[in-house]
Ligand binder design. Structure first.
Ligand SMILES: Nc1ncnc2c1ncn2[C@@H]1O[C@H](COP(=O)(O)OP(=O)(O)OP(=O)(O)O)[C@@H](O)[C@H]1O
Ligand SMILES: [Mg+2]
Length: 393
């Protein structure tokens, strides 16, 4: 990114040392006398350091505040005699630094470099936040089978792909995974073949093991036979997740009911854990235990509970579920019995065939809430073994 220097003064003479410093650092320098001219000289894709003379305005600090607010890619340095400038007010108004008229060229270069450095730092922070905001790894899990994990994974993936995110589903239900079936795909290669053929390679390539669905979602299916699952360990999962996290905006992970060491790796490497539950008391009770256990593993901030197939049951309302869990529900997905089953049998994500259905609208809201939410990567610093022990208590 280019840098330019603007000098705002009410007379035409640039203080020599600013001119010399800009020459030394090879930054173009423009002098302006009208505040209105500043706009013309600030470009979005450039860092601009603005030196403002203390006597150029009746309230230089107010001016500084306004400029800071209007132009985030501008670093302001106030220039004046020592007795003219109040350092505390300058900082409060958002100035990067002050430059005393008595400063020599060397000091002026330092001030100019510092202002540019501050601008670069701020820009990197913005990019870092953007990066964190865009990339997500979402694990969908539950304490009971058949509560809709795969249904949610497949539909959320299709919805996010529709919104132009680059999405991959990793089926970690290694023994009985059915993501491929939900998407009407007959896989030839799966995570099992990847572990056999790629894991040890210095330059691993995931692309040959990914199945493409017409929705734009990529799928890494579960092994073709349950016994192949035994060949897959935590190291494989960590490695494959690192690879796909780099290449995709969103990684969605489907899981089996039991929590293994592999499952813990995926929870730890996730930004979000969607705990799926259902409206019957035993499931709610177990979900409560599960959520508390994840809390004790230090995963609390990532947990989002989804109540699937939410409908009115005598004695249990969604609010009852929230009360038992001690946690607000992240979403309530409506029960659409026949239609969902039909979409599963046809192998077509429901959100694509019935985008206006309340189920699909709900998935859309979940997608938005997830992508807008702040990313958390906190997890307690204990070994996987300790975590498994906590889980088996
Ligand atoms: N909101 C819903 N409304 C109606 N039916 C649903 C809904 N969500 C899921 N189902 C149905 O419930 C059944 C189980 O769903 P699914 O296979 O997604 O659960 P699961 O948690 O992945 O199960 P498993 O633990 O066996 O992998 C499917 O037949 C699916 O069509
Ligand atoms: Mg499933």
């Amino acid at each position: 990114m280019k840098t330019r220097v603007i000098y705002y003064t009410n007379h035409l003479n640039v203080i020599t040392q600013i001119q010399q410093a800009a020459d030394e650092l090879k930054y173009p320098l423009t002098t302006i006398q009208e505040m209105g001219d500043i706009k013309k000289n600030i470009k979005e894709n450039e860092h601009t350091v603005v030196f403002i003379e203390a006597n150029s305005s009746s309230n230089i600090y107010e001016l500084c505040k306004k400029l800071n607010f209007t132009y985030p890619n501008v670093g302001i340095v106030l220039v004046g005699r020592e007795e003219e400038l109040d350092l505390r007010l300058a900082i409060r108004s958002g100035a990067v630094d002050v430059l005393f008229i008595s400063a020599d060229q060397h000091e002026t270069v330092e001030v100019m470099e510092r202002a540019v450095w501050e601008l670069k730092k701020a820009q990197n922070q913005v990019e870092e936040v953007k990066e964190l905001k865009e990339k997500r790894t979402i694990t969908v899990c539950s304490t009971k089978g058949g509560v809709g994990k795969t249904t949610i994974v497949v539909n959320l993936a299709a919805e996010l792909a529709k919104q132009k995110y680059k999405v991959v589903i990793l089926d970690l239900n290694l023994q009985f995974g059915d993501v491929a079936m939900f998407c009407d795909i007959k896989p030839k290669r799966t995570i099992y073949e990847w572990t056999k053929e790629q894991y040890g390679n210095a330059h691993r390539d995931i692309s040959r093991f990914v199945q493409q669905h017409e929705s734009g979602v990529d799928i890494i299916p579960a092994p073709l036979r349950p016994e192949f699952a035994e060949a897959i360990n935590e190291n494989h999962i960590r490695a494959i997740l690192l690879d796909i996290q780099e290449s995709y905006d969103v990684v969605l992970i489907d899981t089996p009911v039991h929590l293994s060491e592999i499952g813990i790796i995926s929870l730890e490497m996730s930004t979000d854990i969607l705990v799926t539950t259902f409206m019957d008391l035993p499931t709610i009770k177990n979900t409560k235990i599960y959520v508390d256990t994840l809390d004790s593993l230090g995963l609390k901030d990532k947990i989002k509970v989804i109540l699937n197939r939410a409908y009115k049951v005598k004695g249990i309302e969604p609010e009852t579920v929230e009360k038992i869990l001690g946690k607000k529900l992240f979403s309530r997905v409506p029960n659409k019995e026949k239609q969902i089953v039909m979409s599963v049998n046809e192998g077509k994500p429901f959100v694509l065939t019935n985008p206006r259905n309340p189920f699909s609208k709900n998935i859309k809201v979940i997608a938005k809430k997830l992508m807008d939410d702040k990313v958390t990567n906190k997890s307690k610093d204990s070994s996987i073994k300790e975590k498994v022990e906590i889980l088996s208590r």
